[in-house]
Write a protein that binds this ligand. Structure first.
Ligand code: FAD
Length: 416
């Protein structure tokens, strides 16, 4: 089996140990496929990643029999999401009607990835090489337009080597070098904003729920993490550097404008610990070529609206495992037709969600970011509309389950 240090041959090589890559690897390995994951980092410990585990992902974990392990992870559960206006809080999404998981779980992404990795390591046909970076492809006969037959990789000691694989999966995220080198056509849908992520301590009198603060010239997302706030200040694209200049004085001012009770915490904030998410929304027009499939952010970077990135990445992995897992059990090459089935299954929900996100970006976020001033009151019609549970259930359904969701079949544990 590959993955113990030496260059080798494997049935499926997955580049990227994020949610997409780890979920696909676990499912394939459980189904009996020899799989190797290359992850360039030494661990999964990265702050400010997608930590929003939606009901669609909970259903996947349940189908894999992993809910008992998941429930032991540190987490906070939200049944409603709120927007805060000048005249108070307004619940706009209500998950309580969703079954069997009527909530959204906030879980550190590294804990989720560690869980998937530790389940994978129980299997002899699963290998995960940390600090091992894919640097390019191996093409059949060295022909750049021919089938992909493996990857070139570099380990932590700087040793370069080849790994041959019948299928390479690019799960290497939004800055994927594999999708670039594969020359897969990319459609950029644009985004008018970037997000500055940071932690804030809780203080007496704070609301006890995850909420967004509506403002003019900014939005503030306040994700309640149990013992701290994960805060995201949404600002007009390209503005982040100027806000962080001068010791972060412009940033602190904007934060206090967004939420005046944060004044003391804004003054104490360590600007060096702020992480800028350059928002991009894009989608490959073709997710595959012979010997290669792209999934997750490598196939489609999502806007942070709705916190759907991790959940869509996991759905891609589940669809890929269900659709091509059986063929990977054999010895035949994986055909373009088989890879195309994965794109067909996942492209439509991706398009629907990206269309909703870009509409919200265009009609709500861009106009608000172009304004200046303090938070507005909630429009009366919105307050009246959101009194209805059925109305609040719609965004929860769209965000929580998405337009199409699958559970694991290939590699699922037998349920009792
Ligand atoms: C700051 C920030 C905040 C976010 N907040 C949210 C949120 O609240 N909710 C949400 O749902 N989503 C959020 N997202 C998006 C979410 O994290 C992604 O959509 C999701 O992680 C995508 O999963 P993935 O597996 O496709 O890619 P990634 O999670 O990006 O994983 C790709 C992996 O590939 C590895 N890699 C890259 N190149 C190579 C290489 N050449 N060789 C080997 N390994 C490589 C990377 O180290 C990484 O571990 C956020 C993203 C960022 C950056």
């Amino acid at each position: 089996m590959a993955g113990t240090g030496s260059p080798s041959k494997v049935r499926c090589c997955i580049v990227g140990g994020g949610p997409a890559g780890m979920m696909l690897a676990l499912q394939l390995a459980r189904g009996g496929v020899d799989v190797l994951v290359l992850e360039k980092h030494a661990d999964f410990l990265r702050d400010f990643r997608g930590d929003t585990v939606h009901p669609s992902t909970l259903r996947v974990l349940d189908s894999l029999g992993l809910m008992p392990q998941f429930e032991r992870l540190p987490q906070r559960r939200e049944t409603q999401l709120y927007a805060r206006f000048a005249d108070g809080m307004l619940a706009f999404a209500d998950f309580s009607g969703l079954r069997p998981f009527p909530f959204l779980a906030l879980v550190p992404q590294w804990d989720l990835l560690d869980l998937l990795a530790s389940e994978g390591r129980k299997l002899s046909n699963f290998a995960l090489r940390m600090r091992c970076e894919a640097t390019g492809f191996v093409f059949e006969n060295g022909d750049l337009s021919g089938p992909v037959v493996g990857v070139q990789a570099r380990d932590a000691d700087g040793n370069s080597f080849e790994i041959r694989a019948d299928l390479v999966v690019a799960a290497d995220g939004r800055h994927s070098i594999l999708r670039r080198d594969a020359l897969l056509p990319l459609r950029d849908l644009g985004a008018p904003m970037d997000v500055l992520w940071f932690r804030l301590p809780l203080a007496p009198g704070d609301p006890d729920v995850t909420h967004g603060v509506a403002g003019r010239g900014k939005f503030l997302a306040m994700i309640h993490r149990g013992d701290y706030w994960q805060a995201g200040l949404v600002v007009a694209k390209g503005r982040a550097d100027a806000l962080l200049a001068d010791g972060g004085a412009p940033f602190r001012k904007l934060l206090v404008e967004a939420d005046p009770p944060l004044a003391e915490r804004a003054a104490a904030l360590d600007i060096a610990k702020i992480s800028t998410l350059t928002v991009s929304v894009d989608r490959l027009e073709r997710w595959y070529r012979p010997g290669l499939l792209a999934i997750g952010d490598a196939a489609h970077a999502m806007s942070p609206i709705g916190g759907v990135g991790i959940n869509l990445a996991i759905q891609d992995a589940v669809a890929a495992a269900n659709l091509i897992g059986p063929a990977l059990l054999g010895t035949q090459p994986i055909t373009d037709a088989q890879l195309a089935r994965v794109q067909r299954r996942r492209e439509w929900p991706t398009r629907v969600v990206q269309t909703l996100q870009t509409q919200i970006q265009r009609r709500v976020i861009a106009p608000v970011l172009a304004q200046d001033g303090s938070a507005p009151a909630a429009p009366k019609w919105l307050r009246a509309l959101l009194r209805w549970h059925a109305v609040r259930a719609i965004p929860a359904h769209v965000v929580g389950l998405g337009p199409r969701h699958d559970v694991a079949h290939f590699g699922a544990m037998e349920r009792t």
